[in-house]
Design a protein around this ligand. Structure first.
Ligand code: 8OZ
Length: 373
């Protein structure tokens, strides 16, 4: 592939998505959707960032059972789907593109967020050693996740269909340009992939093929629903986020991307290292170049998107070395005009961590653009 002359600022195609540049706004959970319904403030936030080649929405629950945190949005009720139109219209009016990240948290939830206060669901009844964020008396509080119950095999097709229904809601009704399947960060699909959270003895556990089966069924259903050319997927081979662990991730993820090659997806999005943390983990080595080569060797033609702790130097290096797209997370929180700042080599605003999760406009829509300090 002729990557050597590409820069971050060249247009690029990702499947059927025609992007103005290679700089992507990564999905960022911001907990500003009370009752799981998007709103005008979110529309303003996203449209401020529309100069990204592509915006990936914050993780969005495909059903109430798929929800694990206070005030994150959904895409299953009519009110939610209608409200997302505010966001997609304002991003499009500002010249941007936006896909919706489809999310089922699996065991990373709390009974108080689940339908009927039931136990969260998971491949196996193993509690994640992680916290979720609830809001009590208007204040975010971290709470241990609840013990999950193991899904019965007969329940899985329903969840697969729910992913597809949410994809249809996103593309056919809410006006998104596509969807990203959230298969990363220790949520439901990743829980099936990794043996630390999957001890099933049926067709969905045990061998690599079996642990990847749920992911591939979701990909099949979502691509059938909206067309593979507008579907991406996010993977995190070694992240410890949300207690995710697999003792042998390389053959697992090499298999997954080889299987994905046949689907003609828009893109494959890889979190390198620990989500929001170190890019290299001494106790969890992983060959990302080998992963990309496995995908290409199997005929995969989707755009290859890399993410985690990127700056301009790292991003340019990634593109030189064969990445097609580079996703920036925290840098986009604090820099709505990140593309322009990278283009000019300008300094970046620092993000305020205390306003990352929950709250209102402060630390959300009030970061200054260049020339407006
Ligand atoms: C931070 C806080 C809550 C959720 C992820 C959706 O890690 C998330 C998330 C991040 O993918």
């Amino acid at each position: 592939m002729p990557h050597s002359t590409a820069t971050l600022f060249n247009p690029v195609n990702a499947g059927d998505l025609h992007l103005a540049n290679r700089i992507v706004m990564a999905p960022l959970t911001r907990n500003r959707a009370p009752d799981a319904v998007p709103n005008a403030l979110m529309a303003e936030y996203y449209s401020q960032r529309a100069s990204a080649g592509l915006i990936i929405s914050e993780a969005t629950a495909i059903c109430q059972q798929g929800q694990g945190y206070a005030d994150v949005p959904g895409l299953y009720g009519e009110e939610q789907v209608e409200a997302w139109k505010l966001v997609t219209k304002s991003v499009h009016a500002a010249g941007g593109k936006i896909v919706c990240q489809l999310w089922h948290v699996g065991r990373v939830s709390h009974t108080s967020l689940q339908p009927g206060n039931a136990a969260p669901v998971a491949p196996s009844a193993i509690t994640a050693k992680t916290k979720t964020v609830l809001i009590k008396d208007g204040v975010p509080v971290f709470e241990d996740t609840s013990e999950p119950r193991a899904l019965q095999a007969y329940e899985l097709p329903d969840i697969v269909h729910t992913f597809a229904a949410a994809a249809r809601n996103a593309v056919q009704t809410a006006g998104f340009d596509g969807v990203e399947i959230h298969a990363a960060n220790g949520y439901l699909i990743d829980q099936f992939l990794k043996s630390g959270s999957n001890q099933r003895r049926d067709d969905f556990g045990g061998s690599i093929e079996n642990r990847a089966r749920f992911l591939l069924e979701v990909v099949r259903a979502v691509t059938d629903a909206v067309g593979a050319g507008v579907v991406g997927i996010r993977l995190s081979p070694v992240t410890p986020a949300n207690d995710a662990f697999d003792p042998d991730p390389q053959p697992l993820f090499d298999y997954v991307v080889r299987e994905l090659a046949a689907f003609r997806l828009a893109y494959v999005h890889i979190i390198e290292g620990a989500t929001g943390g170190a890019r290299e983990l001494p106790d969890r080595p992983f060959d990302y170049t080998g992963l990309r080569r496995a995908y290409r060797a199997a005929g995969g033609q989707g755009a290859w998107m890399v993410n985690n702790g990127m700056d301009k130097t790292l991003a340019e290096q990634a593109v030189r070395e064969g990445a097609d797209l580079v996703a920036f997370g925290r840098a986009f929180i604090a820099n709505p005009d990140l593309v322009e700042r990278l283009r000019h080599g300008s300094a970046l605003n620092e993000g305020d961590r205390s306003t990352y999760y929950g709250g209102g406009a402060k630390g959300y829509t009030d970061y200054p653009t260049l020339g407006k300090h």
